[in-house]
Design a protein around this ligand. Structure first.
Ligand code: ADP
Length: 427
């Protein structure tokens, strides 16, 4: 009897264990199906024993399939939107309720080129600006905000963006997303800053000689009757020097503005370089500043002609030679060279002096307007700080480039490369 009971209990236990094992396996399958989003639950089980499980499997399979279809439709809609917005000049951004990016068109990727693929990234990783993220939050919350500008600083570089936004429902309609139209304002802001700096610098440059002239004129008006003749002469010469300086600054400013205008008015013709450089060097040697300097011209025989505006090219060489004379000690040698570069179809002109040279940190800036390495020295010798800027503009208008090589105590060499042009008509 006892044996029978034990046998019956053992069978019941085995049956229960088998049932538990089956349930466990099915739960594992259910978990796997939901995790992978694949509706692969077995639905053909023994209907009597597991009818609830059967029903659950059918429902879960149905839900998974429906969810996959919804996701597909959503990504199709976004892909269609992306294709439509892709060619817009305006940058478009769509973020979801947790700031994940769902749409970023090409124009947006150009504003933030560091991250090649923006979709599926969190906005915080792309746009590092607390103010912008707050704007995104408020827009999504439905606040009506006017268009706003933000400065985004990344790795020391500023990007300015102007943003307008609107809340939009998510494709499944269950949450609130937000759409933004973004304009890149960086170029405008940089140009504005340059213009502001330029006006401030130009005003400062003009104010100094004007203040001197005004002071001396006032002294002369008040005291000319009683003033010693020698003092009067000294004052008048100072006024003359500073007025000449004013005239020079204004002439250089006008030259620059003409060169930067849409119609710089260049008159191109074939210029024989050997002849041209010979004439410029001969003229410069007559200059009082050149007394004591030795000007040496060396022109490679293969150098032919360039297509150039003779007057403007003369200004390039004059500015470079004036600098070499100004910044190198009397008695030192200045070399002017020209050679043909067969490889690039270019000619290279160099003006090399034995002056004090230019420190490495100043070298990239000397072609900027009003940039001077030693302010006092430049002004004393009549410099306006615009000479090399004029040189750069003229060379660029000729399709060439200009750069400097120098080191303190090693002299300075300024190189000009121009496209080799046709031979002059006579040649
Ligand atoms: P500036 O009228 O002051 O000479 P430039 O635009 O011609 O203005 O030159 C800018 C600055 O570059 C000068 O102020 C000077 O400090 C430096 N520089 C130009 N040429 C030379 C040179 N040959 N040797 C040393 N410094 C030079």
């Amino acid at each position: 009897m006892t044996t029978l009971v034990i046998a019956a209990l053992a069978i019941a236990l085995l049956f229960t264990l088998r049932l538990l094992w089956k349930q466990n396996r099915r739960l594992g399958e259910l978990h796997e199906a939901v995790r992978t989003g694949q509706p692969r639950l077995r639905e053909e089980e023994d209907a009597t024993e597991l009818s609830h499980w059967q029903a659950l499997a059918v429902s879960v399979n149905g839900l998974i399939a429906e969810n996959a279809a919804l996701r597909q439709r959503q990504s199709d809609q976004l892909a269609q939107l992306e294709a439509t917005l892709g060619n817009l000049r305006e940058a478009v951004l769509i973020v979801d309720e947790t700031n994940y990016i769902h749409l970023a068109n090409r124009a947006l990727r150009e504003i933030f080129p560091k991250s090649r693929e923006l979709v599926n990234l969190r906005l915080e990783l792309v746009v590092r600006s607390a103010a912008f993220l707050e704007f995104v939050r408020a827009t999504r919350a439905g606040q009506e905000l006017p268009r706003q500008e933000f400065e985004i600083v990344d790795a020391g570089k500023s990007t300015w963006i102007e943003v307008s936004g609107a809340p939009i429902p998510s494709p499944d309609g269950k949450s609130q997303w937000a759409l933004f139209v973004i304009h890149d304002m960086t170029r405008q802001r940089v140009l504005e800053a340059m213009r502001r700096d330029f006006v401030a610098n130009a005003s400062h440059e003009l104010r100094t000689p004007l203040a001197v002239i005004k002071g001396y004129v006032e002294t002369l008006v008040d005291g000319h009757a009683t003033m010693a003749e020698e003092d009067r002469g000294k004052f008048l010469r100072t006024i003359q020097r500073h007025s000449e300086r004013l005239v020079k600054i204004i002439a250089d400013l006008l030259t620059l503005s003409r060169l930067e205008s849409a119609t710089p008015g260049l008159d191109f013709e074939p210029v024989d370089l050997k002849e041209f450089l010979g004439a410029v060097v001969a003229d410069t040697s007559q200059h009082p500043a050149a007394t004591g300097h030795a000007l040496a011209l060396r022109v490679d025989g293969a150098v032919g002609a360039v297509r150039a505006d003779t007057e403007k090219l003369t200004q390039v060489l004059t500015n470079l030679l004036e600098n070499a004379l100004k910044y190198s000690p009397a008695g030192s040698r200045i070399e002017i060279g020209a050679r043909a570069l067969t490889a690039g179809g270019e000619v290279e002109i160099v003006v090399r002096d034995n002056g004090p040279g230019i420190p490495a940190e100043d070298l990239p800036h000397i072609f900027e307007r009003f940039y001077r390495v030693e302010k006092g020295r430049s002004r004393e010798s009549g410099g306006t700080g615009l000479g090399l800027s004029i040189v750069k503009h003229i060379v660029q208008l000729h399709g060439g480039r200009v750069w400097a090589e120098s080191a303190p105590g090693q002299g300075t060499a300024i190189f000009v490369r121009l496209p080799a042009g046709p031979q002059p008509a006579a040649a």
